[in-house]
Structures are given as C-alpha cells and as structure tokens.
Design a protein around this ligand. Structure first.
Ligand SMILES: Nc1ncnc2c1ncn2[C@@H]1O[C@H](COP(=O)(O)OP(=O)(O)O)[C@@H](O)[C@H]1O
Ligand SMILES: [Mg+2]
Length: 413
C-alpha cells in the first residue's frame, strides 16, 4: 500500500512533506514487530498512526486495543494492562485478563505513555523485552505476542531527566520514532483540511458548507494553531453552527481565534485578550438565542391570544426546530455553552414586556457564570483534575483555568 492509498483509506487530508514522511515510515515499519513511538503536539493526529500500522500489518485480524495511559487511575492500571487474580486486591472478586493477554497476536496502542506510573513502566519493559508478564497477585509467568505502538506529546527527554520516565523503556519504545508535524508547519494543508471539515459539518447539520474569503484564508494560514487539527475542527464546527452568512471573512474569523501571546501579530496581554474572545463567543450564542426567544415569544403570545392551535409558517417552524435541536444536542455541541436555565415563558396572562426583558437578561447573565463553572468542573472531572488536559479541552490556557478555578472556588480534583 502506498501513502496515497493509506490517506484515502484512513481519511487523512494533507500533502505536507512532513506528513507524507510520517505516513511512509508507518507503512515501512508496519510489517515488522518493531515498537514505534509517535510524537507530536496535541491534536496533530497521532491516533491514526497506530491504526495504520495495525491494519496493514499481518496482525490485522488480531485485536487492536487503544489504551489512554493518562486516563486510568494509578491504582488500577497494572491490572488493566496485565490482568489480576482473584483476591489480588480489595474488590478483586474474580480473576481478569489484562490487555496484554487479550491482544495476544494483535497490537496495543499506549496513548499518553509518559503518564505511566513507574511500577507499570517496569512491567512494560519486561513484556517488551521477553514477551512475558505476570498478572497482579499471581506468580505464574504468561507469554504474549503483542506489538506496541506508543504516543506522547511530552518531551520525553525532559521526563527522563526529571526521573518521571525510565530511560531504558524510552529507548525500547522509541526503536522507530514517527513525528507528526504541528499544523503551523503544514501551511499548504490548512485550507485543504478546512474545506474537508466544512463539508463534513455541512452534511452533519444539513446546511451549505461555510467558505472563507481570500483574506480569511490568509489569516487562517498564518495563525499558529496551538491546538492543531483538533482546534481547527472545533472552530469549523462552531462557525458552521453559528454563522448564518456562510462566507467567513478575516474580521469575523479573527473574532473566533484565541490570541496567542507571543506568536500573534497583535500583542495584547494574553489573559485579558483570551477571556475577551471566550466571552465574545458566549455573547454571540446569547445573542442568537435571544433572537430565537423573541421569535418564540411572539409565537406563544399569538397562540395564547388566539386561544387555539395555529399552523406555523416556515420561519416559525424553523425557529421551533432550532430551539428543539439546541435542547437536544450532545454535550460537545457549542450551543450547549448556552445557559441551561432558560427563562420561563409567561403563561396565561400577558406580562409587562419591559419587566420581563430585564428579568430575562438578569437570569441569563446569572446562569452564564453557572454554565461556565459547570463546564470547567466537568472538564476537570473528565480529566481527573489534570489541568493541562482540561484546559486544552476547554480551549483556554492553563493559567486562565487556574484563575477560573480560584474565581469559582472549585475544589481542585
Ligand atoms: N490529516 C488529517 N486529516 C483530517 N483529520 C485529521 C487529520 N489528522 C488528525 N485529524 C483529526 O484531528 C483530530 C485530532 O486528532 P488526534 O489523533 O486525536 O490527535 P492527537 O492524538 O495527536 O492529539 C481528530 O478528530 C482527527 O480525526
Ligand atoms: Mg490523542
């Protein structure tokens, strides 16, 4: 299989020489059992490499297991990877196979490998060197034949010098390194990837795809993309959902892009500027929401004043539909940033519009803060208190997250 075919099969977009090189190395190393370490910043597409390697290797009919080492609690990771015997620890009511047993004849992808605790690193080194391991609470040596691909966005040499990661294990994992380039080094691919995502979200939300004006393309190409392809994907989804005019110009695009302290052409204090654009996006949602609410209120008032069911015209149906969808979108939908506590509709009697409006604005700003707090708390819980990952998911800097944790008085998990 050549790299063009691999790209097609795995829906990989781009033609940057550094990307092509990474794919070619993956193809070359696939038929062997050599360990591979994939490095690259967060969001550069590391997860696709072990899949390519597995699916074009002789192990393709075996198991492929992806393990996020950063997401498994330190106390259970050995048992997850290597299994345990009945009674090995409190709560171990039965014995259990670990991934290294289940994936015999297949491939294990160890994502965020730098997060492995020391005692697990020892076990891992042993299984890589001898193909042998022992279940937790057992003394019986088990043999397995597993191919390991690992990935990290950490500087491994730093992790080694600070004593967080074993040097011998690093060299064992890193037999063949594959490095994924950051998006900012793939200028020629940015617009290409944008168009692919714009089409994907157009299909998903059944709207025409968004397009960029020439100056927006230039801005997008010059932007440093700290969150790489993941950030670009999220941005395209936001724009696709929010912007009713499907042509995006540079000014509009700029209002969506978080400013980067030292790389941004406009140098403004990072924190101030970042929270400015965060807020701006939120206000945008609120604004759209308010328009919908006004329409809906008109409709309700009409219904009430007539005292009977009425047929909805096209626009009214679209509004009801949109609000309905907003309420039912999954959690990662940007519209969920909206405050959940929507103002109650006046029922029965007509209320004084002005009082009602004021009341509404007050409620909205109240729940906006609540919503932000909730989002932050959720992200922290999801990443088990790891601020770095929570911040990256929220699209804010760790420093801003730290400030918000203090501001909202959140218990650090
Ligand atoms: N070359 C690419 N073309 C299209 N989508 C990509 C490409 N590389 C990555 N993606 C998408 O970008 C997102 C982030 O990729 P992921 O592999 O999770 O990054 P990482 O593991 O390096 O943080 C995923 O949604 C992935 O499908
Ligand atoms: Mg990843």
């Amino acid at each position: 299989m050549n790299s063009q075919q691999v790209k097609q099969r795995f829906s990989i977009i781009g033609n940057a020489p550094l990307l092509n090189r990474a794919i070619e190395v993956a193809i070359q190393v696939a038929p062997t059992d050599i360990s591979v370490l994939v490095t690259g910043e967060s969001g550069t597409g590391k997860e696709i490499i072990p899949q390519i390697i597995h699916h074009i290797s002789a192990r393709k009919h075996g198991e492929y297991i992806a393990v996020n080492c950063g997401a498994i609690p330190e106390g259970t990771i050995d048992s997850e990877l290597f299994g345990h015997e009945k009674g090995a620890f409190t709560g171990a009511s039965g014995s259990r196979q670990g991934y290294f047993e289940v994936a015999d004849g297949g491939t294990i992808f160890l994502d965020e490998v730098a997060e492995l605790p020391m005692q697990t690193q020892v076990r891992l080194l042993r299984v890589l060197e001898t193909g042998e391991f022992i279940r937790v609470g057992s003394s019986k040596v088990i043999k397995t034949n597993v191919r390991v691909v690992a990935a990290t966005n950490e500087n491994m040499l730093k992790a080694i010098s600070s004593g967080k990661f074993r040097e011998d294990l690093y060299y064992r994992l890193n037999t063949v390194p594959i490095q994924l380039p950051p998006l900012r080094d793939r200028h020629e691919d940015i617009h290409l990837i944008f168009r692919k995502f714009a089409q994907d979200f157009a299909d998903k939300y059944r709207m025409p795809p968004i397009k960029l004006t020439e100056d927006a393309v230039a801005l997008m190409t010059a932007y440093p993309w700290p969150g790489n392809i993941r950030q670009l994907k999220n941005l395209v989804e936001q724009l696709s959902v929010i912007e009713t005019l499907r042509e995006i110009n540079a000014i509009l695009l700029d209002s969506y892009l978080p400013k980067i302290a030292d790389k941004s052409p406009v140098r403004i204090n990072e924190t101030v500027n970042e929270s400015f654009s965060e807020r701006e996006i939120m206000y945008k949602f609120l604004f759209e929401m308010k328009k919908d609410l006004t329409e809906l209120k008109k409709l309700v008032v009409e219904l009430i004043s007539q005292g009977k069911d009425i047929d909805l015209n096209h626009d009214q149906a679209a509004v009801v539909n949109r609000i309905y969808n907003d309420l039912n979108e999954p959690i990662n939908d940007p519209s969920r940033i909206l405050p959940p506590g929507r103002p109650e509709m006046p029922t029965g009697q007509k209320s004084d519009t002005e009082t009602y409006e004021n009341h509404e604005v007050y409620e909205e700003s109240l729940s906006l803060g609540d919503r932000e707090k909730e989002l932050i708390q959720k992200a922290l819980e999801k990443h088990r208190g790891k601020r770095k990952y929570a911040a990256s998911e929220l699209g804010i800097s760790e420093r801003t997250l730290y400030r918000k944790i203090k501001e909202f008085n959140l218990t650090d998990l």
